[in-house]
Design a protein around this ligand. Structure first.
Ligand code: B12
Length: 449
């Protein structure tokens, strides 16, 4: 236990390795973990952070944060493919820093009082398990808590496969203080209003070796419930920030660290636009010239009015991604892209009329859904191209606690319930009809031509 009178608790935050067939830093940072880190720091904790995916590790050959608007490749080491997936024509790897660098970095730390590890994709759990094993070797008696998306969606699996002392599921607000008290006996009064997103300190991105871009959340939660998406489970409550407080945060990162690329992580950035996105975009136009904004997490197409499109263009949106399958209020659970075609056409028209090029605007098409035929996918690709924007295939990953899960389990050629590894979208777990890697390659070429 920490002696609360004399010690500041030392908390080690860890972003684990990824084991996968492919991985790339597509503007992916552990925002949740770094938010918690900032909250802990505000309560007097000393924070160390090790990012197993660090592209800018001091021992790494000089990666350039300014290229590709902050994106870039992770280091990688080949690994044997997981059981059952050995015959796939793809290489399996550990993405991130070499294991001995991790160990050296851990040994250079003064022993932490508590270790907090995050998790993202459910099928990345082997990388989480390997990270926890390495942590336990160096700090065998330090309590280790695992949270994040995998820990929330696959709690029972995490309890038996990771080796963490505690699994925390769901979003963490005030519960942060309870975690401190339960594991290290550190008691303190709340230093800010946990309920008010604008009262939280900014996420601790300053703990990174390099800030190539900043992820931003202007809101939590999503009012829709798409069949394939787990957002409702991960962030059950919709909460919004004050748009002007968001702009102040962007200005802070730009002035203090020279950051130019900002990436919106919202599930529903444009929903309730009159009171949220419109004032936000107007303030961006007025105050943040020269910054670039990206929305790799798809936007709801129904919300892209001519006014929104123009403001997005004028404020500096550089990468715009639309979710063709995302729900419209009256057909919230349908997946057939044709239902949303009218809305989609008008969103595409509005964006192109506002001055966006086909290169800047892309529409995600979910590929590999249960019962989806390759013909339907081909049709969808052609209709998106006909609208003058870029189709981008987003491979479907079956997710527990979503409406589509049962159907995915029923049609899959893998035992999805036995092991989340088989929900990896790279293996097209639900595709049966006429599926072949050649057919997929042909459709991918069709999106590019
Ligand atoms: C932003 C986002 C992205 C970003 C990158 C995010 C990242 N870090 O990698 C982008 C846009 C690049 C992206 C891409 C993809 N994504 Co995505 N993404 C999200 C999204 C919308 C938000 C995640 C987030 O940052 N939330 C905000 C933070 C604050 O929350 P958090 O991380 O959960 O942290 C909180 C808690 O979990 C907890 N916590 C976190 N860590 C810890 C640690 C401890 C110790 C404790 C106690 C607590 C704790 O406290 C935090 C504060 O409350 C989620 C949906 C959602 N609402 O969660 C999907 C989601 C994670 N994505 C998903 C998918 C499928 C993808 C893609 C595969 C899409 C595709 N088909 O191409 C790609 C893969 C990209 C990749 N990384 O390689 C799925 C995951 C499916 C799965 N099987 O796990 C989700 C759940 C969406 C869905 N379809 O339901 N994504």
């Amino acid at each position: 236990m920490v002696d609360v009178k004399t010690d500041r608790p030392h908390i080690l935050l860890v972003n684990p390795w990824i084991h996968d067939f492919a991985a790339y830093d597509v503007w992916a940072q552990p925002l949740g973990l770094l938010q918690l880190g900032a909250g802990l720091r505000r309560h007097g904790c000393r924070i160390s952070y090790i990012d197993c995916l660090d592209r800018f590790h001091p021992r790494a050959p000089g990666a350039d944060p300014g290229r590709r608007n902050g994106r870039g490749p992770y280091m990688k080491t080949p690994l044997p493919a997981p059981p059952g997936l050995e015959t796939l024509p793809r290489r399996f790897s550990r993405y991130g820093i070499p294991t001995d660098w991790f160990e050296r970095d851990l040994r250079a730390l003064s022993p932490p009082d508590l270790i907090m590890v995050t998790s993202v994709m459910t099928y990345w759990y082997p990388g989480v398990a390997e990270t926890v094993r390495a942590l336990k070797q160096v700090f065998p008696t330090t309590p280790l808590v695992l949270g994040g998306i995998y820990a929330t969606l696959c709690r029972a699996h995490a309890e038996t496969h990771i080796g963490a002392d505690t699994i925390v599921s769901g979003p963490v607000d005030r519960g942060l203080l309870a975690i401190l008290e339960a594991h290290i006996g550190f008691q303190t009064q709340p230093a800010f209003d946990f309920e008010d997103l604008d009262d939280w300190p900014y996420p601790a991105f300053d703990l990174q070796h390099q800030i190539a871009y900043i992820p931003v959340l202007t809101s939590l939660g999503c009012p829709f419930r798409c069949d394939y998406c787990a957002a409702h489970r991960l962030q059950p409550r919709r909460r919004r920030r004050d748009p002007l407080a968001v702009v102040a945060e962007l200005e802070y990162w730009h002035r203090r660290y020279g950051v130019r690329d900002f990436v919106f992580y919202d599930d529903a950035l444009l929903v309730d636009a009159d009171t949220h996105a419109l004032p936000l975009l107007e303030a961006l136009v007025r105050r943040t010239a020269g910054l670039r904004f990206h929305t790799p997490n798809a936007l709801h197409i129904r919300e892209i009015s001519p006014q929104i499109a123009v403001l997005m263009r004028r404020s500096g949106f550089a990468t715009v991604r639309l979710g063709l399958e995302t729900a419209a209020p009256d057909d919230g659970t349908r997946l057939d892209h044709k239902l949303a075609r009218h809305d989609f056409e008008s969103a595409a028209r509005n964006l192109l009329a506002a001055g966006f090029s086909a290169h800047e605007v892309g529409a995600y098409l979910l590929a590999g859904l249960p019962d989806q035929s390759l013909n339907a996918l081909e049709d969808a690709i052609l209709s998106v191209k006909a609208m003058g924007i870029r189709p981008i295939l987003a491979y479907y990953t079956p997710i527990p606690h979503t409406a589509l899960w049962e159907r995915a389990v029923a049609v899959s050629r893998y035992d999805l319930e036995a092991d989340p590894i088989y929900t990896n979208n790279a293996i097209f777990p639900c595709q049966r009809e006429a599926f072949s890697w050649e057919a997929l390659a042909r459709l991918k070429r069709l999106t590019l031509s």
